[in-house]
Design a protein around this ligand. Sequence first.
Ligand SMILES: Cc1ncc(COP(=O)(O)O)c(C=O)c1O
Length: 445
Amino acid sequence: MNLNNPPALDSPLERQRKHVFFPWSKQNSAKPFHIIEAKGVHLTLLDGSQVLDFNSSVFNANLGHQHPGMQTAMIEAAKHACVTHPALIHEEKIKLGENLARITPGKPYEGLVKSFFCLGGAEANENAIKMARLVTGRQKIVTRYRSYHGATLAMIGYSGDYRRIPFDGTVNGVIRIPDPYPRGSGQSIDTIRLLEEILEIEGPETVACILLEGVTGANGVFIPPPDYWTRIRQICDKYGIILIADEVMSGFGRTGKWFGIDHFGVEPDIMTMAKGLTAGYAPLGAVIVTDKIAQHFENETLWCGLTNYGHPFSCAIANAAISIYEQENWIDNAAKRGDELAQLLQALKNNNAYVAEVRSIGLLAAIDLRKGPHDERPYVSYRAQGEEAEKAQALQSALLSAGVYCTVRFGTLILAPPLCVTAEELKQGIDIISSVLGKILSSNA
Ligand SMILES: Cc1ncc(COP(=O)(O)O)c(C=O)c1O
Protein backbone atom coordinates (compact mmCIF):
# COMPACT_ATOMS: atom_id res chain seq x y z
CA MET A 1 0.00 0.00 0.00
CA ASN A 2 1.27 3.51 -0.78
CA LEU A 3 1.23 5.21 2.62
CA ASN A 4 1.54 8.67 1.09
CA ASN A 5 -1.60 8.14 -0.85
CA PRO A 6 -4.09 6.08 1.17
CA PRO A 7 -7.19 4.95 -0.69
CA ALA A 8 -10.19 7.26 -0.41
CA LEU A 9 -12.71 5.69 1.90
CA ASP A 10 -16.11 7.01 2.71
CA SER A 11 -17.58 6.98 6.19
CA PRO A 12 -15.56 7.32 9.42
CA LEU A 13 -16.91 3.88 10.34
CA GLU A 14 -15.45 2.30 7.20
CA ARG A 15 -12.16 4.19 7.58
CA GLN A 16 -11.86 3.03 11.16
CA ARG A 17 -12.88 -0.53 10.34
CA LYS A 18 -10.06 -0.70 7.79
CA HIS A 19 -7.12 0.07 10.08
CA VAL A 20 -8.33 -0.09 13.68
CA PHE A 21 -9.75 -3.09 15.58
CA PHE A 22 -13.02 -2.90 17.48
CA PRO A 23 -12.60 -4.47 20.93
CA TRP A 24 -14.52 -7.53 22.17
CA SER A 25 -16.13 -8.08 18.76
CA LYS A 26 -16.16 -10.11 15.61
CA GLN A 27 -14.88 -7.38 13.33
CA ASN A 28 -17.46 -7.99 10.59
CA SER A 29 -20.39 -7.56 12.96
CA ALA A 30 -19.02 -5.02 15.46
CA LYS A 31 -21.66 -2.49 16.47
CA PRO A 32 -19.76 0.68 17.33
CA PHE A 33 -21.78 3.78 17.87
CA HIS A 34 -20.75 7.16 16.64
CA ILE A 35 -21.16 10.02 19.11
CA ILE A 36 -20.91 13.47 17.61
CA GLU A 37 -21.74 15.46 20.72
CA ALA A 38 -21.97 14.71 24.44
CA LYS A 39 -23.01 16.87 27.37
CA GLY A 40 -23.77 15.80 30.92
CA VAL A 41 -25.89 12.65 30.63
CA HIS A 42 -26.82 13.25 26.96
CA LEU A 43 -25.27 11.88 23.80
CA THR A 44 -26.02 12.94 20.23
CA LEU A 45 -25.42 10.17 17.72
CA LEU A 46 -24.41 10.54 14.07
CA ASP A 47 -28.01 10.31 12.86
CA GLY A 48 -28.92 13.22 15.16
CA SER A 49 -30.74 11.04 17.70
CA GLN A 50 -30.53 11.96 21.39
CA VAL A 51 -29.62 9.24 23.85
CA LEU A 52 -29.41 9.15 27.65
CA ASP A 53 -26.05 7.68 28.64
CA PHE A 54 -27.03 5.22 31.39
CA ASN A 55 -23.64 3.53 31.01
CA SER A 56 -21.48 6.55 31.94
CA SER A 57 -19.57 5.85 28.72
CA VAL A 58 -17.88 2.67 29.95
CA PHE A 59 -18.72 3.10 33.65
CA ASN A 60 -16.09 5.85 33.86
CA ALA A 61 -17.82 9.17 33.01
CA ASN A 62 -19.00 9.62 36.61
CA LEU A 63 -18.91 13.43 36.23
CA GLY A 64 -20.78 13.32 32.93
CA HIS A 65 -19.59 14.44 29.52
CA GLN A 66 -17.85 17.75 28.76
CA HIS A 67 -17.81 18.85 32.38
CA PRO A 68 -16.60 22.48 32.15
CA GLY A 69 -14.38 22.11 35.25
CA MET A 70 -12.74 19.02 33.77
CA GLN A 71 -12.23 20.76 30.44
CA THR A 72 -10.49 23.67 32.16
CA ALA A 73 -8.38 21.23 34.18
CA MET A 74 -7.28 19.49 30.98
CA ILE A 75 -6.20 22.77 29.40
CA GLU A 76 -4.32 23.81 32.55
CA ALA A 77 -2.71 20.38 32.92
CA ALA A 78 -1.54 20.47 29.30
CA LYS A 79 0.22 23.79 29.99
CA HIS A 80 2.18 22.37 32.91
CA ALA A 81 2.54 18.68 32.06
CA CYS A 82 5.92 17.43 31.00
CA VAL A 83 7.48 14.35 29.45
CA THR A 84 7.25 11.82 32.21
CA HIS A 85 9.82 9.67 33.96
CA PRO A 86 8.79 6.98 36.46
CA ALA A 87 11.01 8.42 39.21
CA LEU A 88 9.90 12.01 38.58
CA ILE A 89 9.06 14.14 41.64
CA HIS A 90 5.99 16.14 40.63
CA GLU A 91 3.49 18.24 42.58
CA GLU A 92 0.42 16.57 40.98
CA LYS A 93 1.75 13.10 41.81
CA ILE A 94 2.38 14.13 45.43
CA LYS A 95 -1.05 15.72 45.68
CA LEU A 96 -2.79 12.65 44.26
CA GLY A 97 -1.06 10.38 46.79
CA GLU A 98 -2.31 12.71 49.54
CA ASN A 99 -5.82 12.87 48.10
CA LEU A 100 -6.17 9.09 47.86
CA ALA A 101 -4.86 8.61 51.41
CA ARG A 102 -7.54 11.08 52.53
CA ILE A 103 -10.60 9.67 50.71
CA THR A 104 -10.00 5.91 50.93
CA PRO A 105 -11.17 3.79 53.91
CA GLY A 106 -9.65 4.27 57.35
CA LYS A 107 -9.14 7.58 59.08
CA PRO A 108 -7.88 10.15 56.59
CA TYR A 109 -4.15 9.53 56.03
CA GLU A 110 -4.21 6.47 58.35
CA GLY A 111 -5.99 3.46 56.78
CA LEU A 112 -4.78 3.08 53.21
CA VAL A 113 -1.84 5.43 52.88
CA LYS A 114 0.54 4.83 50.00
CA SER A 115 -0.24 4.65 46.28
CA PHE A 116 1.25 3.09 43.19
CA PHE A 117 0.09 4.50 39.84
CA CYS A 118 -0.47 2.83 36.47
CA LEU A 119 -2.71 3.27 33.42
CA GLY A 120 -5.95 1.46 34.16
CA GLY A 121 -7.88 -1.09 36.17
CA ALA A 122 -6.26 -4.28 34.89
CA GLU A 123 -2.75 -2.95 35.58
CA ALA A 124 -3.85 -1.81 39.03
CA ASN A 125 -5.07 -5.32 39.86
CA GLU A 126 -1.94 -6.95 38.45
CA ASN A 127 0.28 -4.74 40.57
CA ALA A 128 -1.88 -5.36 43.64
CA ILE A 129 -1.49 -9.12 43.15
CA LYS A 130 2.28 -8.75 42.64
CA MET A 131 2.49 -6.83 45.92
CA ALA A 132 0.38 -9.43 47.76
CA ARG A 133 2.65 -12.22 46.49
CA LEU A 134 5.80 -10.26 47.36
CA VAL A 135 4.55 -9.52 50.88
CA THR A 136 3.21 -12.99 51.73
CA GLY A 137 5.57 -15.16 49.68
CA ARG A 138 2.44 -17.15 48.71
CA GLN A 139 1.08 -17.74 45.22
CA LYS A 140 -2.65 -18.56 45.19
CA ILE A 141 -5.31 -15.96 44.45
CA VAL A 142 -9.00 -16.22 45.35
CA THR A 143 -11.55 -14.49 43.09
CA ARG A 144 -15.27 -14.90 42.46
CA TYR A 145 -17.01 -16.54 39.52
CA ARG A 146 -19.03 -13.46 38.69
CA SER A 147 -16.14 -11.04 38.50
CA TYR A 148 -14.21 -8.96 36.02
CA HIS A 149 -10.76 -7.61 36.87
CA GLY A 150 -9.40 -6.55 33.47
CA ALA A 151 -8.40 -7.76 30.02
CA THR A 152 -4.64 -8.34 30.31
CA LEU A 153 -3.65 -11.98 30.03
CA ALA A 154 -3.24 -12.37 33.78
CA MET A 155 -6.30 -10.41 34.85
CA ILE A 156 -8.71 -12.01 32.40
CA GLY A 157 -7.32 -15.31 33.66
CA TYR A 158 -8.02 -14.44 37.29
CA SER A 159 -11.50 -13.06 36.47
CA GLY A 160 -14.51 -15.35 36.46
CA ASP A 161 -16.22 -13.47 33.59
CA TYR A 162 -17.01 -15.52 30.46
CA ARG A 163 -14.42 -13.53 28.47
CA ARG A 164 -11.68 -15.58 30.20
CA ILE A 165 -12.77 -18.78 28.43
CA PRO A 166 -10.46 -18.49 25.35
CA PHE A 167 -7.52 -18.00 27.76
CA ASP A 168 -8.42 -20.53 30.44
CA GLY A 169 -5.38 -22.28 31.85
CA THR A 170 -2.99 -19.33 31.34
CA VAL A 171 -2.66 -18.37 35.00
CA ASN A 172 -1.72 -20.62 37.88
CA GLY A 173 -3.04 -20.71 41.38
CA VAL A 174 -6.48 -19.17 40.86
CA ILE A 175 -9.25 -20.41 43.15
CA ARG A 176 -12.69 -19.19 42.14
CA ILE A 177 -15.38 -19.05 44.78
CA PRO A 178 -19.16 -18.64 44.43
CA ASP A 179 -20.64 -15.14 44.33
CA PRO A 180 -22.21 -13.48 47.37
CA TYR A 181 -25.38 -15.38 46.41
CA PRO A 182 -26.58 -17.21 43.30
CA ARG A 183 -28.87 -15.34 40.90
CA GLY A 184 -32.46 -15.48 42.10
CA SER A 185 -31.61 -17.12 45.45
CA GLY A 186 -32.62 -14.18 47.65
CA GLN A 187 -29.27 -14.26 49.50
CA SER A 188 -30.25 -17.51 51.22
CA ILE A 189 -27.02 -19.42 50.61
CA ASP A 190 -24.03 -18.85 52.92
CA THR A 191 -21.20 -18.61 50.41
CA ILE A 192 -18.67 -17.47 53.05
CA ARG A 193 -19.07 -20.82 54.75
CA LEU A 194 -18.17 -22.38 51.40
CA LEU A 195 -15.10 -20.12 51.17
CA GLU A 196 -13.90 -21.34 54.56
CA GLU A 197 -14.26 -24.93 53.46
CA ILE A 198 -12.44 -24.26 50.18
CA LEU A 199 -9.58 -22.59 52.07
CA GLU A 200 -9.33 -25.54 54.42
CA ILE A 201 -8.95 -27.87 51.45
CA GLU A 202 -6.51 -25.63 49.54
CA GLY A 203 -4.45 -24.79 52.62
CA PRO A 204 -4.94 -21.17 53.70
CA GLU A 205 -1.17 -20.79 54.19
CA THR A 206 -0.78 -21.07 50.39
CA VAL A 207 -3.17 -18.19 49.62
CA ALA A 208 -1.68 -14.72 49.01
CA CYS A 209 -4.86 -12.71 48.56
CA ILE A 210 -8.61 -12.57 48.12
CA LEU A 211 -9.48 -10.17 45.29
CA LEU A 212 -13.13 -9.03 45.16
CA GLU A 213 -14.98 -6.16 43.55
CA GLY A 214 -16.39 -3.76 46.18
CA VAL A 215 -19.73 -4.47 44.54
CA THR A 216 -19.77 -6.80 41.53
CA GLY A 217 -20.13 -4.60 38.46
CA ALA A 218 -20.37 -5.85 34.89
CA ASN A 219 -21.16 -9.37 36.08
CA GLY A 220 -24.55 -8.40 37.43
CA VAL A 221 -24.42 -5.98 40.40
CA PHE A 222 -24.56 -8.60 43.15
CA ILE A 223 -24.68 -6.47 46.30
CA PRO A 224 -23.15 -8.40 49.20
CA PRO A 225 -25.25 -9.11 52.31
CA PRO A 226 -24.49 -6.69 55.21
CA ASP A 227 -22.03 -8.97 57.06
CA TYR A 228 -20.27 -10.30 53.94
CA TRP A 229 -17.20 -8.06 53.91
CA THR A 230 -16.76 -8.25 57.69
CA ARG A 231 -16.65 -12.04 57.54
CA ILE A 232 -14.21 -11.97 54.60
CA ARG A 233 -12.03 -9.54 56.61
CA GLN A 234 -12.07 -11.93 59.61
CA ILE A 235 -10.99 -14.86 57.42
CA CYS A 236 -8.14 -12.81 55.92
CA ASP A 237 -6.99 -11.75 59.41
CA LYS A 238 -7.16 -15.32 60.69
CA TYR A 239 -4.95 -16.72 57.91
CA GLY A 240 -2.73 -13.74 57.07
CA ILE A 241 -4.34 -13.41 53.63
CA ILE A 242 -4.26 -9.99 51.97
CA LEU A 243 -7.68 -8.53 51.20
CA ILE A 244 -7.83 -6.59 47.92
CA ALA A 245 -10.93 -4.54 47.06
CA ASP A 246 -11.25 -3.86 43.34
CA GLU A 247 -13.04 -0.51 43.25
CA VAL A 248 -12.40 0.15 39.57
CA MET A 249 -16.12 0.16 38.81
CA SER A 250 -17.72 0.63 42.25
CA GLY A 251 -15.43 3.51 43.25
CA PHE A 252 -15.72 7.28 43.01
CA GLY A 253 -19.33 7.72 44.06
CA ARG A 254 -20.84 5.06 41.82
CA THR A 255 -22.64 3.40 44.76
CA GLY A 256 -23.47 6.63 46.65
CA LYS A 257 -20.29 6.57 48.75
CA TRP A 258 -16.69 7.14 47.72
CA PHE A 259 -16.12 3.37 47.43
CA GLY A 260 -18.41 0.33 47.37
CA ILE A 261 -16.69 -1.21 50.40
CA ASP A 262 -17.46 1.95 52.43
CA HIS A 263 -21.05 0.67 52.77
CA PHE A 264 -19.75 -2.25 54.83
CA GLY A 265 -17.35 -0.43 57.19
CA VAL A 266 -14.43 -2.69 56.26
CA GLU A 267 -10.85 -1.65 55.51
CA PRO A 268 -9.10 -3.76 52.88
CA ASP A 269 -5.29 -4.14 52.87
CA ILE A 270 -5.11 -3.01 49.27
CA MET A 271 -7.58 -1.14 47.09
CA THR A 272 -7.42 -0.74 43.31
CA MET A 273 -9.11 1.95 41.25
CA ALA A 274 -9.31 3.49 37.75
CA LYS A 275 -12.33 4.66 35.65
CA GLY A 276 -13.97 7.27 37.97
CA LEU A 277 -10.53 8.24 39.30
CA THR A 278 -10.22 10.60 36.34
CA ALA A 279 -13.94 10.36 35.40
CA GLY A 280 -12.75 9.12 32.00
CA TYR A 281 -10.86 12.31 31.10
CA ALA A 282 -7.38 10.67 31.19
CA PRO A 283 -5.98 7.14 31.50
CA LEU A 284 -4.97 6.29 35.07
CA GLY A 285 -5.14 3.43 37.56
CA ALA A 286 -4.01 3.31 41.18
CA VAL A 287 -3.24 0.78 43.90
CA ILE A 288 -3.33 2.03 47.48
CA VAL A 289 -1.98 -0.01 50.40
CA THR A 290 -1.87 0.09 54.20
CA ASP A 291 1.14 1.37 56.08
CA LYS A 292 2.03 -2.22 57.03
CA ILE A 293 2.35 -3.23 53.36
CA ALA A 294 4.11 0.03 52.52
CA GLN A 295 6.62 -0.69 55.31
CA HIS A 296 7.42 -4.10 53.82
CA PHE A 297 8.85 -2.35 50.78
CA GLU A 298 11.11 -0.06 52.79
CA ASN A 299 13.76 -2.77 52.82
CA GLU A 300 12.47 -5.07 50.08
CA THR A 301 12.36 -4.23 46.38
CA LEU A 302 8.97 -3.33 44.93
CA TRP A 303 9.21 -5.27 41.66
CA CYS A 304 6.59 -3.11 39.93
CA GLY A 305 6.92 -0.20 37.50
CA LEU A 306 6.02 1.26 34.11
CA THR A 307 7.14 4.05 31.78
CA ASN A 308 4.06 6.19 32.38
CA TYR A 309 4.17 5.74 36.16
CA GLY A 310 2.24 8.62 37.76
CA HIS A 311 2.06 10.62 34.55
CA PRO A 312 1.74 14.29 35.61
CA PHE A 313 -1.09 14.94 33.15
CA SER A 314 -3.23 12.04 34.39
CA CYS A 315 -2.46 12.85 38.05
CA ALA A 316 -3.57 16.46 37.50
CA ILE A 317 -6.82 15.25 35.93
CA ALA A 318 -7.47 12.88 38.84
CA ASN A 319 -6.86 15.70 41.35
CA ALA A 320 -9.28 17.91 39.43
CA ALA A 321 -11.90 15.14 39.36
CA ILE A 322 -11.59 14.55 43.12
CA SER A 323 -12.03 18.24 43.87
CA ILE A 324 -15.11 18.37 41.60
CA TYR A 325 -16.66 15.28 43.25
CA GLU A 326 -16.18 17.08 46.58
CA GLN A 327 -17.03 20.68 45.73
CA GLU A 328 -20.11 19.87 43.66
CA ASN A 329 -21.35 17.15 46.08
CA TRP A 330 -21.76 14.55 43.37
CA ILE A 331 -21.40 11.64 45.76
CA ASP A 332 -24.34 12.85 47.87
CA ASN A 333 -26.27 13.37 44.66
CA ALA A 334 -25.56 9.75 43.65
CA ALA A 335 -26.93 8.55 47.00
CA LYS A 336 -30.12 10.64 46.64
CA ARG A 337 -30.68 9.74 42.99
CA GLY A 338 -29.88 6.15 43.94
CA ASP A 339 -32.86 6.04 46.31
CA GLU A 340 -35.08 7.35 43.52
CA LEU A 341 -33.64 4.84 41.07
CA ALA A 342 -34.37 1.98 43.50
CA GLN A 343 -38.03 3.07 43.69
CA LEU A 344 -38.35 3.42 39.93
CA LEU A 345 -36.86 -0.05 39.46
CA GLN A 346 -39.23 -1.58 41.98
CA ALA A 347 -42.19 -0.05 40.11
CA LEU A 348 -40.74 -1.36 36.83
CA LYS A 349 -40.56 -4.85 38.31
CA ASN A 350 -44.13 -4.64 39.64
CA ASN A 351 -45.42 -3.62 36.22
CA ASN A 352 -43.47 -5.97 34.00
CA ALA A 353 -43.89 -9.71 34.23
CA TYR A 354 -40.58 -10.34 32.45
CA VAL A 355 -38.56 -8.59 35.16
CA ALA A 356 -37.37 -11.31 37.52
CA GLU A 357 -35.33 -9.19 39.92
CA VAL A 358 -33.95 -5.66 40.29
CA ARG A 359 -30.88 -4.76 42.34
CA SER A 360 -29.26 -1.41 42.95
CA ILE A 361 -26.87 0.44 45.18
CA GLY A 362 -26.52 4.16 44.53
CA LEU A 363 -26.33 4.61 40.76
CA LEU A 364 -25.28 1.04 39.95
CA ALA A 365 -28.22 -1.18 39.08
CA ALA A 366 -29.22 -4.43 37.42
CA ILE A 367 -32.49 -5.62 35.91
CA ASP A 368 -32.66 -9.42 35.50
CA LEU A 369 -35.09 -10.56 32.83
CA ARG A 370 -36.73 -13.96 32.64
CA LYS A 371 -37.76 -16.03 29.62
CA GLY A 372 -41.45 -15.49 30.17
CA PRO A 373 -44.00 -14.38 32.76
CA HIS A 374 -44.17 -17.95 34.04
CA ASP A 375 -40.71 -19.12 33.01
CA GLU A 376 -38.06 -18.34 35.65
CA ARG A 377 -35.10 -19.18 33.38
CA PRO A 378 -32.95 -16.14 32.41
CA TYR A 379 -34.10 -14.28 29.28
CA VAL A 380 -30.76 -15.15 27.68
CA SER A 381 -28.72 -17.89 29.32
CA TYR A 382 -25.17 -17.25 30.53
CA ARG A 383 -22.62 -17.80 27.72
CA ALA A 384 -25.41 -17.99 25.14
CA GLN A 385 -24.26 -18.19 21.53
CA GLY A 386 -25.87 -17.62 18.13
CA GLU A 387 -29.54 -16.73 17.96
CA GLU A 388 -30.02 -16.66 21.71
CA ALA A 389 -27.10 -14.24 22.19
CA GLU A 390 -28.54 -12.04 19.44
CA LYS A 391 -31.64 -11.49 21.59
CA ALA A 392 -29.51 -9.53 24.06
CA GLN A 393 -27.95 -7.50 21.23
CA ALA A 394 -31.38 -6.81 19.75
CA LEU A 395 -32.58 -5.56 23.12
CA GLN A 396 -29.58 -3.25 23.49
CA SER A 397 -30.17 -1.85 19.96
CA ALA A 398 -33.87 -1.32 20.66
CA LEU A 399 -33.01 0.57 23.85
CA LEU A 400 -30.50 2.71 21.98
CA SER A 401 -33.02 3.52 19.24
CA ALA A 402 -35.57 4.46 21.89
CA GLY A 403 -33.07 6.75 23.63
CA VAL A 404 -31.17 4.86 26.36
CA TYR A 405 -27.64 3.54 26.17
CA CYS A 406 -26.90 0.82 28.73
CA THR A 407 -25.15 -2.55 28.92
CA VAL A 408 -27.20 -5.64 28.18
CA ARG A 409 -25.32 -8.74 29.23
CA PHE A 410 -27.14 -12.00 28.59
CA GLY A 411 -30.49 -11.54 30.36
CA THR A 412 -29.43 -8.61 32.53
CA LEU A 413 -29.48 -4.84 31.94
CA ILE A 414 -26.78 -2.96 33.84
CA LEU A 415 -27.50 0.72 34.53
CA ALA A 416 -24.89 3.22 35.68
CA PRO A 417 -25.79 6.83 34.79
CA PRO A 418 -23.34 9.64 35.55
CA LEU A 419 -23.51 10.97 39.12
CA CYS A 420 -24.89 14.27 37.81
CA VAL A 421 -28.08 12.63 36.49
CA THR A 422 -31.25 14.47 37.54
CA ALA A 423 -34.46 12.97 38.95
CA GLU A 424 -36.21 13.83 35.65
CA GLU A 425 -33.52 12.16 33.54
CA LEU A 426 -33.72 9.03 35.68
CA LYS A 427 -37.50 8.87 35.30
CA GLN A 428 -37.28 9.51 31.57
CA GLY A 429 -34.70 6.71 31.17
CA ILE A 430 -36.66 4.16 33.20
CA ASP A 431 -39.87 5.04 31.31
CA ILE A 432 -38.04 4.35 28.03
CA ILE A 433 -36.67 1.05 29.36
CA SER A 434 -40.12 0.06 30.60
CA SER A 435 -41.75 0.75 27.25
CA VAL A 436 -39.01 -1.08 25.27
CA LEU A 437 -39.18 -4.11 27.57
CA GLY A 438 -42.97 -4.15 27.22
CA LYS A 439 -42.81 -4.13 23.42
CA ILE A 440 -39.85 -6.43 22.78
CA LEU A 441 -40.60 -9.06 25.35
CA SER A 442 -44.29 -9.39 24.57
CA SER A 443 -43.46 -9.70 20.85
CA ASN A 444 -41.16 -12.64 21.78
CA ALA A 445 -43.88 -14.36 23.76
C1 LIG B 1 -14.20 -4.15 38.48
C2 LIG B 1 -13.26 -3.90 37.34
N1 LIG B 1 -11.96 -4.14 37.51
C3 LIG B 1 -11.06 -3.91 36.53
C4 LIG B 1 -11.45 -3.46 35.30
C5 LIG B 1 -10.45 -3.24 34.21
O1 LIG B 1 -10.21 -1.89 34.03
P1 LIG B 1 -9.46 -1.38 32.71
O2 LIG B 1 -10.40 -1.65 31.57
O3 LIG B 1 -9.23 0.07 32.99
O4 LIG B 1 -8.20 -2.15 32.60
C6 LIG B 1 -12.82 -3.20 35.07
C7 LIG B 1 -13.28 -2.70 33.76
O5 LIG B 1 -14.41 -2.72 33.41
C8 LIG B 1 -13.74 -3.43 36.11
O6 LIG B 1 -15.06 -3.22 35.95
